[in-house]
Design a protein around this ligand. Structure first.
Ligand SMILES: Cc1cc2nc3c(=O)[nH]c(=O)nc-3n(C[C@H](O)[C@H](O)[C@H](O)COP(=O)(O)O)c2cc1C
Length: 171
């Protein structure tokens, strides 16, 4: 089985994690790139109107022998919208996949990721893993929502999370 890491990242955290994970797994890394400029406003509009943004073509070579590992942020409780075109491509195919998201976690785990991915691809992910920035920081003083959103993954955090994915989550 050929593992392929597919990542989208707006501010770099999930991109950094995906790159390190792909290196450890010796897996190919595919980066989802958008055709249009992204902003917090377009994140909000995609969420409210359930829009699917345009991305550069990356899906042409995927086949049944692959296992896809998606690594992308959560926005307003949903998987980042630039993955939607790839999810649509997976419909009516039997390619197994895993969802990983490193998100802020100000309100705890995002509970709807598995349901959303299942609906968008037509089948459930093998695993859904929501890593939280909140868990990387000290409990006291309680980090603010702003601090969590602004946090950028260090090399040490990245190494820690990759180990966690490999050994705790058995990727
Ligand atoms: C507009 C917006 C909405 C967000 N919504 C959530 C959310 O619902 N749940 C959560 O845990 N994190 C949320 N976050 C935090 C991001 O998931 C987090 O900062 C993530 O690490 C960003 O990943 P990236 O650097 O790969 O883009 C949100 C961030 C932004 C910018």
């Amino acid at each position: 089985m050929n593992k392929i890491v597919i990542t989208y990242s707006f501010t770099g955290n999930n991109g950094k994690l995906a790159k390190a994970l792909a290196e450890k797994l010796n897996a190919e890394l595919l980066i989802v790139k958008e055709k249009n400029k992204r902003s917090v406003l377009t994140i909000l509009l995609d969420t409210v109107f359930n829009r699917t943004p345009k991305i550069e073509d990356i899906v042409k070579d995927l086949d049944q022998e692959d296992q896809l590992i998606f690594v992308a942020p959560v926005w307003f409780g949903k998987i980042a919208s630039p993955l939607r075109p790839v999810f649509s491509f997976l419909k009516n195919k039997t390619i197994p996949y895993v969802i990983i998201s490193l998100s802020a976690g100000a309100d705890g785990i995002n509970p709807n990721l598995e349901k959303e991915a299942s609906k968008s691809t037509g089948k459930a992910p093998l695993k859904t893993i929501n890593l939280l920035i909140k868990d990387l920081l000290p409990v006291e003083p309680k980090p603010s929502r702003q601090m969590l959103d602004a946090y950028r993954l260090t090399d040490q955090d990245t190494e820690f999370l990759v180990e966690k994915l490999l050994y705790d989550f058995k990727l």
